[in-house]
Ligand binder design. Sequence first.
Ligand SMILES: C[S@@+](CC[C@H](N)C(=O)[O-])C[C@H]1O[C@@H](n2cnc3c(N)ncnc32)[C@H](O)[C@@H]1O
Length: 446
Amino acid sequence: MIENRKFTARDTALEVLMQIERANAWSDSSLKRTIAKNGLEGREAALATRLAYGVVQNRTLLDYYITCYCVQKAHRLEPVIRNILRIGGYQILFMDKIPHRAAVNEAVEMCRRNGRPRAAGMVNAVLRKFVANWMNMPPIPQGSTAEYLSVRYSHPRWLVERLLELLPAEEAEQFLQGDNDIVPTTIQTNLLKTDDESLLQELRQAGVDIARHGWLPHCFTVSGTGSLERLPAFAEGRFMVQDAAAHLVTVVAGPQKGDRVQDVCAAPGGKSFAAAIAMEGEGQILSCDIHPHKLKLIDSGAKRLGISCLRTMLADAREHHATWDRAADVVIADVPCSGLGIIRKKPDIRYKNPEELAQLPIIQREILENVCRYVRSGGVLVYSTCTILPEENEQVTEAFLQAHPEFERTAFTLPLPIGSCDGQLTLWPQRHGTDGFYICRMRRKD
Ligand SMILES: C[S@@+](CC[C@H](N)C(=O)[O-])C[C@H]1O[C@@H](n2cnc3c(N)ncnc32)[C@H](O)[C@@H]1O
């Protein structure tokens, strides 16, 4: 049955890749939209997703091989042909269950269906070379370590060079490799509605491949189960999806029952929701964001999870609201960042323009400067990002602490293997098995 419909999955992947290329679309939102428009479900939707993500994750490498086997360089090919070749090449090199013959034939058919019958012969010839050599593809130029890793793992050169400044080469390679792996999803029990054991049983009965998280209480890892959103347990709010690293931000913030919490960059709401669960639904959470449409995501998430102690408000975290001064027990500043720690979930982040990223520390510092005013005496200020770059992390908090002696970093202890931290922590995928994150816990002394 799937055989007959693979055609649609490949066309959907092509449509998504074209949107990414032409309109600079993000792969996750483009996939969601296109899968719905094309009416794909279940395994067909999963195949379209795997193909589109797989090509984004391995784009440089695929283009390198295409260039080796084609008279024209990959970047000179017409975009639609280039993407058909990438989809075909990805299946041949990375997907064991798809017969090579099917990958080639489907690519040839896609040329015809997309009004490019004259390219069919060339596509056939290039992909046949992939098939003939798949166990022994052309060597990647060794050049410098950065050049090799950049092609091998399809990350831009600047990012590889930056990682090589931060990590030993072997670890940088593990990081890059991990960005292209399929990672399990982490979910958290909504203790406001159910308990761990009931959720485990319910999801097992629904056919979900689920295991308790290795070290995070009330969390599970789930894999290979397609969209979790179709499950009644999701629709009825018995769990939320959140990576372990993101979850730890709330653990570090440590909100207590009855607390007043302000989440100043809150959408789509994950850390506010985790705070509400930790607070057993009692207290006040003010979840702000700069984008009105994103506030709706927080509202609908809170409704689904049965959280009633949360309200949303449109606010730019750089602008002062005097009425909030010294009012919060906990302020969470999960600031906009380069997102380089979550490439394994959002593969196209690697292609962001580094020049735009250079502005982020300025915004991050402005946010911290402003929202620190909302922390009460003795209250907690948590700064977090989903990146691993020191200029968005330690360098922002260190500059802040130097300018604000009324704040100090305070130690915290997390479940092993992390253990005790001196007030700040960078989580690394290749070390901790989580997304890449930075968390800093500060306390107002006066
Ligand atoms: C890393 S995301 C937050 C994720 C969220 N805390 C969660 O756990 O679901 C950063 C958010 O900051 C918002 N944002 C960006 N600039 C902002 C600003 N100046 N003021 C408030 N929010 C801002 C973005 O719209 C985005 O939703």
